[in-house]
Design a protein around this ligand. Structure first.
Ligand code: ATP
Ligand code: MG
Length: 335
């Protein structure tokens, strides 16, 4: 099978600033490939180079076998792009946005109306086709932007952070559209800093940080590689008085706990071996007149993996049990 994208040594300097640092990866045809990284990691810069909008400082990009530096025209025709900033013309109706984009992509006149109707129906915008996009909600604009990106039936669709600022229902609707396009044969390259988006959509994920790829694998294998970020989560109450502040309990004496994080009314104890830790927690509770309200083992989440790779902060969090520890912030703050 041909690779949809092959990247060798791809590098971008903005003046002296190294934004993308000699990265290598391939995306197979038919994949949904995620580029996951924090703000400023180099995601948009990479995607702009892959879509011919930006010239690399160094390195080689092949799109469906076409070298972009020599032979970009055939590649361009096979690419659709949903950029980070909206490219919808707000003063035009949904219908006119699609007609205009179709003409730019040289979709034949006969095809344009048929394709636009099909897309507006699929994207739930058919009833709104004659309304100017300036009157659209953010979610509707995003859907229109995706419809515009695929009006010419590209084999390869790039999406740069397709869902920030949208409500849960709109996010799910967009994920569903992306999945459907993929099932119908479109290869998808998506950049995101939302872990759940990568987890939900991507067959493989590259984690990018400071312009470098730190890891590439399936979400499940990335999690498996990070067994050390497994945890046991416990909620306790005192057998004598009802109320117990979880952070008052000292876990320092429990062997095997690498880090402690307070999550709401629970304590999350990170460990490499949850099954060994469980009986110790039970024993500890009994010997301190504490009742266990809940006790769960948690596998590593992609978020744990991401924080471990990009933040490298886990070591500093180890002894922190405060609500404002860096790990706790990461868990709540990125959604
Ligand atoms: N035109 C530019 N000139 C100079 N520096 C730039 C330019 N564009 C981006 N950068 C810098 O390159 C780095 C990577 O930026 P990029 O937009 O690729 O990050 P990103 O991963 O897409 O971030 P975000 O999640 O915020 O969209 C950042 O430090 C940014 O400030
Ligand atoms: Mg970006």
């Amino acid at each position: 099978m041909n690779n949809a994208i092959e990247v060798e040594n791809l590098t971008k300097y903005y003046e002296k600033f190294l934004a993308v640092d000699h990265i290598n990866f391939t995306v197979e045809q038919g994949e949904i490939f995620g580029f996951l990284g924090p703000n400023g990691a180099g995601k948009t810069t990479t995607q702009r180079m892959l879509t011919t909008l930006l010239t690399p400082t160094e390195g080689r990009i092949l799109i469906n076998g076409h070298d972009l530096s020599r032979d970009s025209y055939p590649a361009k025709r096979q690419i659709g792009l949903v950029p980070e900033e909206s490219n919808v013309y707000t003063e035009l109706t949904a219908w006119d946005n699609l007609m205009f984009t179709a003409s730019i992509y040289r979709v034949s006149r006969g095809e344009r109306a048929k394709r636009a109707e099909e897309l507006l129906q699929t994207f739930g915008l058919w009833e709104k086709r004659d309304i100017k996009a300036e009157n659209f909600s953010k979610g509707m604009r995003r859907r229109l932007s995706i419809a515009m990106a695929i009006i010419h039936k590209p084999a390869l669709l790039f999406l740069d952070e397709p869902t920030p600022g949208l409500d849960a229902q709109s996010i799910r609707a967009i994920w569903e559209l992306i999945r459907r396009m993929n099932v119908e044969g479109t290869t998808v390259f998506i950049t995101t800093h939302q872990i759940e988006e990568a987890n939900q959509l991507c067959g493989r994920v590259a984690i990018i940080s400071h312009g470098k790829i730190a890891a590439i694998d399936t979400p499940e294998r990335l999690k498996a590689d990070f067994r050390r970020v497994q945890s046991v989560e416990v909620a306790l109450e005192s057998k004598t008085s009802e109320i117990l502040e979880i952070s008052e309990v000292s876990w320092d004496s429990l062997p095997g706990v690498t880090t402690q994080v307070k999550v709401g009314d629970k304590m999350r104890l990170y460990t490499e071996d949850p099954s060994a830790l469980l009986p110790r927690v039970v024993q500890y509770a009994e010997s301190h007149a504490l009742r266990i309200v809940s006790l769960n083992t948690l596998g590593p989440s992609l978020e744990d993996v991401f924080l471990e790779i990009t933040g490298g902060q886990v070591g500093t969090v180890i002894k922190e049990t405060q609500e404002n520890s860096p790990r706790r912030k990461g868990m709540g703050g990125r959604k």
